[in-house]
Each structure stands twice: as structure tokens, then as C-alpha cells.
Design a protein around this ligand. Structure first.
Ligand code: ZN
Length: 82
């Protein structure tokens, strides 16, 4: 199984964890009197907030870059329930 270092060039700079990170997403949502209902694509990048659930290190995604390769500014993922 590939880790986040292999796929995204990311690993926790504090403890080295590269299996699970928590990132802030940007997405759109319908806002009605019932509340919000997210839809469509989700984006994250260098400036997104990122936290390591293993040691609680908190910084931006750019600070989790495991090597000199810049992290894409426009990473894209689709919602799993689409
Ligand atoms: Zn960590």
C-alpha cells in the first residue's frame, strides 16, 4: 500500500506519519433554511490547513511537504458519495 509520501509527497514533519493526515477542504454547498448541503468537487493545496492525527502537529499542507517537490496548488478529489 502506498503512503501519502508516495502519492502526494506529504508526511508529518514532526513524527513522520504518512498514512493519515487531516486537511481543510474548499467546496461548494447549497445554503437553504434547512442548512448546508455540500455538492460537487473538493479542493485543497499548499495553503490548506493540515493536522497530523498521530502527534497533533498543525500547520499548512506546504509544511508537510516531505521533499523538494512542490505540492500541487490545485489538488482535486471527488466526493465518495457522488
Ligand atoms: Zn505527526
Amino acid at each position: 500500500m502506498s503512503g501519502l509520501r508516495d502519492i502526494y509527497g506529504l508526511a508529518c514533519p514532526s513524527c513522520g506519519n504518512q498514512s493519515w493526515l487531516i486537511v481543510e477542504l474548499v467546496t461548494l454547498a447549497d445554503l437553504t433554511s434547512e442548512g448546508t448541503e455540500p455538492f460537487g468537487d473538493q479542493y485543497w493545496g499548499d495553503a490548506s490547513a493540515c493536522r497530523c492525527p498521530s502527534c497533533n502537529h498543525h500547520a499548512t499542507v506546504a509544511d508537510f511537504a516531505a521533499d523538494d517537490e512542490p505540492v500541487s496548488k490545485d489538488n482535486h478529489c471527488s466526493r465518495k458519495d457522488d
